[in-house]
Design a protein around this ligand. Sequence first.
Ligand code: 6PG
Length: 244
Amino acid sequence: ELNCHLYLADDYSALSRRAAELFAEEARTAVAKRGRFLVLLSGGETPRHCYELLSRKPLRALVPWHAAEIFWGDERFVPPGDPRNNARMAREAFLDHVPLSEGQIHPIPFRNSAHESAEQYQAQLLEFFAGAPPRFDLALLGLGDNGHTASLFPGTPVLDEKYRWVSEVALEDGQQRITLTVPVLNQSATVLFLVSGEGKAQVLHEVLEGTPNPQRLPAQLIRPEHGKLIWLADREAARMLTLQ
Ligand code: 6PG
């Protein structure tokens, strides 16, 4: 059975605080149990304030940074300095302001093609996890208003990927992305979705309460096999939910 929780926050600021607290709690639990904290970050705008809070008092002091290893669930196929780069956003929001060494930060590399970038990240994960399937302590995810999460977009072939851990994704508008695949994300110990604002109300309702249709709503594919799934939404995003 799926271990799934829905937490509600009053507004974006309360959601960000709760997310940062959960991040710190998961980090401490993972370090107590296994000596390290392996976290996947998401892109998008929603986690920005949570990231900022983690770099400041009081939360900064509650995270065992020395034992953290930072990975990403997806990336845009753009150079590391590009403003659309997810790793750049996270570095600016918090990674540059906390005691982490460069060796603890594992961004998705930018190579000659999105395919090569994906292959290279998979090779890095293979090395880091010594060949075992990657299991992250915490995977942060967002929800797009079209039902995507990470860069698992509706109707794209990556939704059916069974073997690769990392894949390139070509979007209709010509954008290229790199994403971790569903089987890897579903090995995570905890998956935390952050969903904020009225613009997400309809899709959140459809993902959680609508008919299962993962080709259209890829976020429905995220069901940790041996872990817990947490949806953290603010009041505006949760407005259409009936099961509160
Ligand atoms: C990205 C993402 C993506 C994001 C959603 C929600 O790189 O854009 O990882 O899956 O989480 O699109 O984005 P917002 O938080 O900006 O609404």
